[in-house]
Design a protein around this ligand. Structure first.
Ligand SMILES: Nc1ncnc2c1ncn2[C@@H]1O[C@H](COP(=O)(O)OP(=O)(O)OP(=O)(O)O)[C@@H](O)[C@H]1O
Ligand SMILES: [Mg+2]
Length: 318
């Protein structure tokens, strides 16, 4: 097709959400929306049957239907990129983290073609600063597996700094901090942006992080709060039931918790009905309560940021 758009595409293959972008004619990064009209696609894969594999929000929702469906949902696969023994089994087939990641890539690449006519071939895929050689190679392989030409793989904080440099050209010659609290991991990095006006020169000075700290932990606090309040209001502790039986309820609570957490960005309070075993509780959560119950998590990110700044100082970067 002659009207197909060709660029080099940047793909953020995230733990919880992924996205694809290109540099438009004004020199700015343009995110291509997926077929649901969203800028980000949930990095979740659902095996509906042996031949129908679904990626995105629908996959995330599918797990809510039943325990059986939930067992066919893979999420947080990026955390397994370093795990040589990990594989996910569905309908008698084993899938490696590379294969699962490639399914996520395939969805966003296909969507870019369907929704905006972008013929995605040449790509740059980003990876977290803490990824070692194995995980980086595997990230590249995930792209190659679906026929993409992976021209480069790039450090996520470097990619963020490059984009920031595009938005703010006067940042040349400065040092910046990239604070990245993702769905499953936290990273904070000091980056030096070179002086040369004709070159995009960015170097990582130092990096810190906690790979077991992310938005998921904030969600968990809300889920726990709902379970506590449910017990307080109904006298019944859902957690005391058979884990098999409450699987669906717990899965639902996780999704609801994330939704309500996002709602609290704009609203000051959010209401939620929680029902189980014929009991129902109406639970209110205010932004203030949420901030209080997660303060220690935020503090952990600030402690790591202070530590990072100390290291940067030792390296003569302030
Ligand atoms: N409005 C919002 N308020 C609070 N949290 C939000 C909001 N929007 C998104 N999040 C949270 O941000 C997290 C996802 O962030 P992001 O997309 O940067 O992560 P990721 O790229 O998937 O992960 P990683 O960078 O660790 O691979 C999720 O936990 C999500 O719930
Ligand atoms: Mg990310």
């Amino acid at each position: 097709m002659s009207n197909e758009k060709k660029h080099v595409y940047g793909i953020d293959l995230g733990t919880t959400y992924s996205a694809i972008a290109f540099i438009n004619e004004y020199g700015k990064a343009d995110i291509i929306k997926n077929s649901e009209g969203n800028a980000i696609t949930a990095s979740v894969v659902y095996f509906e049957n042996a031949s129908n594999i679904i990626v995105g929000e629908t996959a995330k929702e599918a797990g809510r239907q039943s325990k059986d469906d939930a067992a066919r949902v893979v999420d947080f696969v990026k955390r397994q990129m370093s795990n040589k023994d990990y594989s996910f089994e569905a309908f008698g087939k084993e899938y490696s983290p590379v294969e699962i990641s490639s399914m996520i890539l395939k969805r966003i690449v296909n969507d870019a073609k369907e929704t905006a006519g972008h013929d995605v071939k040449d790509v740059v895929i980003t990876y977290p600063a803490y990824f070692g050689e194995l995980e980086r190679t595997r990230t590249r392989q995930a792209g190659e597996l679906i026929g993409l030409n992976v021209i480069e793989i790039l450090d996520e904080p470097v990619a963020a700094a490059l984009n920031y440099g595009l938005e703010k050209p006067d940042i040349k010659g400065h040092n910046i901090i990239v604070y990245d609290l993702g769905g499953g991991t936290f990273d904070v990095t000091v980056i030096r942006i070179g002086n040369d006006p004709n070159k995009d020169e960015v170097t990582v000075v130092c990096t810190e992080g906690d790979h077991q700290l992310g938005g998921k932990d904030w969600d968990n606090r809300i889920s726990q709060y709902y379970l506590d309040k449910f017990e307080e209001q109904t006298g019944f502790d859902i957690r005391s039931s058979d884990p098999e039986e409450i699987h669906e309820t717990i899965y639902n609570l996780r999704i609801i918790a994330e939704k309500n957490k996002k709602t609290l960005t704009s609203r000051e309070s959010v209401g939620q009905k929680v029902a189980y075993g014929g009991n129902e509780a109406k639970i209110e959560l205010t932004r203030r309560q949420f901030d209080e119950m997660t303060e220690d998590l935020l503090d952990r990110t600030l402690i790591l940021t202070d530590k990072l700044l100390e290291t940067a100082k030792e390296k003569g970067v302030t």
